[in-house]
Design a protein around this ligand. Structure first.
Ligand SMILES: [Fe+2]
Length: 342
């Protein structure tokens, strides 16, 4: 969407937007403010469209994605922080009231509901792995004998804790985790938590190989930027799918792919932040991924006109990947992706 389209769409939100921005009453009480219900209906229909189409059917999804992008752009970082930090103390009724003012939360919550439902009902066969894209760089990985998450950041993360065998976090920025969930996972769920910053039995700030049942995880210290050296821990994750190796590489917010030094010659799926200084095609030449998932788009801690990357970035990387012989895709929140080993 170009700036003119964006402004046109933003105007559709203005009737309820100004009041909500100035005084987010829901942050203090479950008061419902009258809103532009027609726009919210468009967002609901857009959610239906993306949930009923496949990840790479961009022709079918594009109009819906434009509506979801306009809803996302409307939400300020302050509103997002006030929302997700309520965690599970926010009731469903309160969340619904907020969503009437900020319909991006219709998508945010519906995506989580979808994932929660599918995590219970979908059983991968031994040859396959299922990935869910939650938010930002957060993914859930499920095989026939394991289930875990990387960079899980969501208001309702604790609702999934019992289903996750272990948790990996790439670095100490709040768009990649929530402190409340890390504490909950460590103290209440009492499951292994690997990070290079949070005090927990799984603390790891070195290049190492870890094992969780059939899953092997190689950690690698990498730079976020010149001011944050070795701040990001990447994860090269080896799954055993019915005797065949399937490798995932999650690079978090790493800016220098030369630091990856992968253990495997080929990666099956690579999750990447495409605008943190790293050039995706350079990383692909090092990792040789079969599929690259362009992530870290629509992250609401960031301003929409600064570091909140639009879907157009995903389309750019998909085109660049095609030109370089690499397959890129852009998962949206709530996306379920089923893959198999060769
Ligand atoms: Fe980030």
């Amino acid at each position: 969407m170009d700036r003119r389209d964006f402004l046109k769409k933003s105007l559709l939100f203005s009737a309820w937007g100004v009041a909500a921005r100035l005084c987010p009453a829901w942050a203090r009480s479950p008061v419902t403010i009258k809103t532009e219900s027609a726009m919210n209906e468009k967002v609901r229909k857009a959610i239906e469209t993306v949930f009923s189409t496949s990840m790479e059917d961009y022709a079918a999804r594009r109009p819906a994605m434009e509506i979801l992008e306009a809803a996302n752009w409307h939400c300020t970082p302050e509103i997002y922080k006030a929302y997700y930090t309520r965690g599970l103390s926010m009731t469903a009724a309160e969340a619904a009231a907020v969503a009437e003012q900020e319909p991006v939360f219709l998508f945010y919550e519906a995506a989580f509901d979808k994932i929660k439902r599918e995590m219970k009902s979908v059983k991968p066969d031994p040859d396959s792995v299922i990935l869910w894209h939650v938010y930002n760089m957060g993914y859930i990985v499920k095989t026939a004998d394991s289930c875990f998450a990387v960079d899980l950041h969501h208001r309702r993360s604790p609702e999934l804790a019992d289903q996750l065998d272990f948790l990996l976090v790439t670095h100490n920025h709040v768009d990649h985790h929530t402190v409340d969930f890390l504490n909950y996972y460590r103290d209440t769920a009492k499951r292994p938590l690997v990070s290079n910053f949070h005090p927990a039995p799984g603390y790891c700030a070195e290049d190492k190989t870890l094992e969780f049942g059939s899953v092997k995880v190689h950690t690698r210290r990498t730079n976020h930027n010149p001011n944050l050296p070795l701040f990001v821990q990447t994860y090269e994750i080896e799954l055993n799918l019915n005797g065949k190796k399937f490798v995932i590489y999650h690079s978090g917010d790493s800016c220098d792919p030369k630091q990856f030094r992968p253990h495997n010659d080929k990666i099956d799926v690579y999750m990447v932040h495409p605008r943190v200084g790293l050039k995706v095609p350079e990383a692909q030449k090092i990792l040789h991924p079969k599929l690259t998932l362009i992530s870290h788009l629509h992250e609401m801690h960031h301003l929409y006109n600064k570091w909140r990357w639009p879907y157009s970035v995903g389309f750019e990387e998909i085109d660049k990947g095609r030109a370089n012989g690499f397959h890129c895709a852009m998962p949206l929140w709530g996306e379920m992706i089923r893959l198999t080993a060769d």
